[in-house]
Design a protein around this ligand. Structure first.
Ligand SMILES: NC(=O)c1ccc[n+]([C@@H]2O[C@H](COP(=O)([O-])OP(=O)(O)OC[C@H]3O[C@@H](n4cnc5c(N)ncnc54)[C@H](O)[C@@H]3O)[C@@H](O)[C@H]2O)c1
Length: 366
């Protein structure tokens, strides 16, 4: 089921988009066609032609980043730039008094992440962050099953995201192999955010990381086929998480694996097991095994937003601006995710467990 109305308060919140690259079209489309409480006014990119192309396609204005930040009509700035620019763009938006919603990760370093949260508090604006896939039908169905006790008390969890990187398809794949990229910073946010939505925050982490290939070569149908990318960051990251509720989680994120048979996420409880769909998608198949059942069975999805509803976190923020509630895809949760992603790497570098300093609330179910 694909609902057009995320929120129904007559007035549309005006938003501006910074960063008109690969992922931006799904946001442009959903803000124009799926969520009726937001309206894109203008867009910007450091490469002006990219903003002009999107402006033409979606019937909005192309402006400079500075003009977009200075526009008094715009209430939310959606930051779809590369991870290396997230901090600067979000900080400038917050300083301009705007609410900001950024693609993942919230920032590259813990220092930057903390600075964003504290500046947002100081300026009394909201800060939200991707991913918002956990608000989709698949993971929300799993949240409900866990909350309803379908598998009893959760005991353990596993999460696996393994592939061979992005140089075979992404036109600008360099950022995936630089600080702030890598499989954990690129894909970890989907898996960690889903696990937090399902189980709550994490208190302790350990991990092991490695670089299996020191350079990558553009391949497949990529226009840059044959060009080399130097790898600066670990591309295989394995970790163990102690959740505050006592669950022990295992995660592997990798750009070094050609193929595998492991599930995206599974949660194991005192009375059964739950297979959670791919957290990079909104729908998917939910499977349940109960201790008194013969085998696994698929469970019908109980919630809306099965299709790619990227931007639902922004629609939630727009609704929260008028209805005054705590947004689900919050900056606090994104900072906790950032803290965890660094902790896997720190644990490997320092040869020890890392006690997690940050925390967040489990987001309210849809
Ligand atoms: N491509 C995907 O499938 C995908 C999926 C989910 C999330 N994301 C995330 O979305 C973000 C963008 O990814 P992408 O694939 O669209 O990258 P991209 O390189 O295709 O696009 C990023 C755009 O941001 C612009 N930009 C960079 N720095 C800027 C700045 N300081 N000010 C204004 N514009 C700036 C670039 O010119 C470019 O047009 C990343 O954080 C990525 O992790 C991407």
């Amino acid at each position: 089921m694909h609902k057009k109305n995320y929120a129904m308060n007559g007035n549309k919140t005006k938003i501006g988009i910074v960063g008109c690259g690969n992922i931006s079209d799904i946001y442009f489309n959903n803000f124009c066609n799926l969520f009726n409480n937001v309206e894109i006014k203008s867009c910007a990119d450091i490469v002006m032609e990219r903003a002009q192309t999107k402006a033409m396609n979606y019937g909005i204005y192309a402006v400079t980043v500075a003009e977009l930040m200075a526009d008094p009509e715009i209430e939310i700035i959606v930051n779809l730039t590369v991870p290396q620019a997230h901090y600067e763009v979000s900080m400038n938006a917050i300083k301009a008094g705007k609410n900001v919603y950024s693609e993942k990760p919230i920032a590259l370093t813990r220092k930057e992440g903390k600075a964003l949260l504290s500046m947002a508090r100081k300026k009394h604006v909201m800060i939200g962050n991707a991913p918002d896939t956990f608000m989709g039908a698949g993971i929300q169905t799993c949240v409900k099953l866990i909350n309803d006790g379908a598998i009893g008390d959760p005991i353990a969890a596993t999460a696996f995201m393994m592939n061979h990187g992005h140089e075979h398809w992404h036109p600008n794949a360099e950022f995936y192999y630089k600080f702030g990229g890598g499989p954990m910073f690129d894909m970890g946010p989907y898996y960690l955010t889903a696990l937090i939505a399902l189980l709550g925050p994490v208190k302790r982490i350990t991990g092991a990381t490695k670089i299996s290939f020191t350079e990558r070569i553009y391949c497949g149908d990529n226009e840059k086929k044959g060009q080399k990318i130097k790898v600066d960051i670990p591309t295989h990251v394995a970790g163990i998480m102690d959740f505050k509720n006592g669950v022990v989680g295992t995660i592997i994120t990798s750009f070094d694996v050609w193929s595998h048979h492991l599930p995206s996420i599974e949660i194991y409880g005192t009375n059964g097991s739950l297979q959670v769909p791919n957290p990079n998608e909104f729908g998917g198949t939910v499977s349940l095994f109960k201790s008194n059942d013969e085998g696994w069975r698929n469970v019908p999805l109980t919630h809306a937003y099965e299709q790619n509803s990227r931007g639902i976190g922004v629609a939630d923020m727009a609704k929260a601006l008028t209805d005054k509630y705590a947004i689900r895809a919050s900056g606090e949760m994104a900072y906790h995710v950032l803290d965890l992603m660094h902790a896997f790497h720190d644990a490997s570098d320092k040869n020890r467990h890392i006690e997690i300093q940050s925390t967040c609330k489990r987001p309210k179910p849809m």
